[in-house]
Design a protein around this ligand. Structure first.
Ligand SMILES: NC(=O)c1ccc[n+]([C@@H]2O[C@H](COP(=O)([O-])OP(=O)(O)OC[C@H]3O[C@@H](n4cnc5c(N)ncnc54)[C@H](OP(=O)(O)O)[C@@H]3O)[C@@H](O)[C@H]2O)c1
Length: 288
């Protein structure tokens, strides 16, 4: 029997890269990994031709416009990648009977909550990135019923740009560092998310809709930074500050913890504790 074909867009992003690493454990599938030059998700003709040529069984879209602050002023490009392109891929998945797995964000919520957000709770993004991702969710769900949307939060990896790597660098350069302590959420190690995605595919990925995934734990960015400093034995002092003292072009939700019951119930995905995953990421970075 022919192997099932899994296409992964955005192969050089954090999640795309982790999926590439993981794919060597899954020789039962044929993987096709693409970067922007091989598959620009906003080029609808190119994506349609790609579907015809490769006839994927699963399309994992890790490509996205992820520059949250830049999206405030570059709205057209954010919408093209996070909404229109996602809707177009879903339409093609429907046409070719492929399962679509794509990713969204905790930033679809307004952050006024005090208990973990459930998948079916009302969304109300407070920045343009969140708005474009929310629009992508709706288009994906409307255009193909075989769609799985995984909302995730605070993603980091040994690869690419992220909070963990930025903190490690700044903690070497500076003696003191201020980090906001009034935005609360849960970090996600992209390696764990990649494993969850492959676990879902191994279970045939036949339960659809929106799922939440992050590591286990509820912390502020300050807590995150303090743990990075502790694990890496940094000499730098980390100080908690309120958001008002660290203004950014895009507003961030105060509370964006995702409730993850559904992914555990439907796909029996085990959630790793955020400190254990952070520890293993920093250990890998130190070994480099
Ligand atoms: N990072 C987070 O904290 C976070 C939080 C919540 C949700 N998410 C979601 O999780 C998913 C994975 O995020 P990530 O952290 O792995 O993202 P990432 O590291 O920023 O990678 C995104 C990748 O998408 C590629 N890309 C952008 N536009 C493209 C296009 N038009 N065609 C093809 N490729 C394109 C980028 O390529 P270039 O390098 O060429 O630009 C980059 O390799 C995304 O859906 C993101 O919105 C992320």
């Amino acid at each position: 029997m022919d192997k099932q074909v899994i296409v992964v867009s955005g192969k050089n992003g954090q999640l795309g890269w982790e999926l590439q690493r993981l794919s060597s454990n899954y020789s039962n599938y044929q993987f096709i990994f693409c970067d922007r030059s091989e598959l620009d998700i906003t080029n609808h003709d190119q994506v349609a031709t790609f579907f015809k040529e490769h006839q994927p069984n699963f399309f994992i879209n890790t490509a996205a416009y992820t520059a949250v602050d830049k999206a405030e002023t570059d709205q057209e490009n954010a919408y093209k990648a996070n909404a229109e392109a996602v809707g177009n891929i879903a339409t093609l998945c429907k046409q070719f009977d492929a399962t679509f797995i794509t990713f969204s964000t905790d930033y679809v919520f307004n952050g006024d909550g005090t208990v973990p957000y459930k998948e079916n709770e009302a969304t109300e993004p407070i920045n343009y990135y969140g708005y474009s991702k929310e629009a992508g969710e709706q288009l994906a769900l409307t255009n193909s019923e075989k769609t799985i949307i995984i909302r995730t939060s605070w993603v980091y990896s040994t690869h690419g740009h992220n909070f963990v790597k930025t903190m490690l660098r700044l903690m070497k350069e500076r003696t003191d560092l201020n980090v906001v302590n009034d935005q609360v959420g849960s970090p996600t190690y992209a390696k764990d998310l990649a494993e969850a995605v492959m676990n879902i595919i191994e279970q045939e990925a036949n339960k659809y809709g929106i799922y939440h995934y992050s590591n286990e734990g509820v912390i502020s960015w300050f807590d995150f930074a303090a743990e990075i400093a502790r694990i890496s034995n940094a000499k730098c002092n980390v100080h908690p500050i309120p958001t008002e003292q660290f203004p950014t072009p895009a507003k961030r939700p105060k509370y964006s913890v995702l409730g993850k019951d559904r992914i555990q119930e439907d796909y029996h995905i085990e959630l790793k504790d955020w400190k254990i995953s952070l520890d293993s990421c920093i250990a890998e970075l130190s070994a480099k």
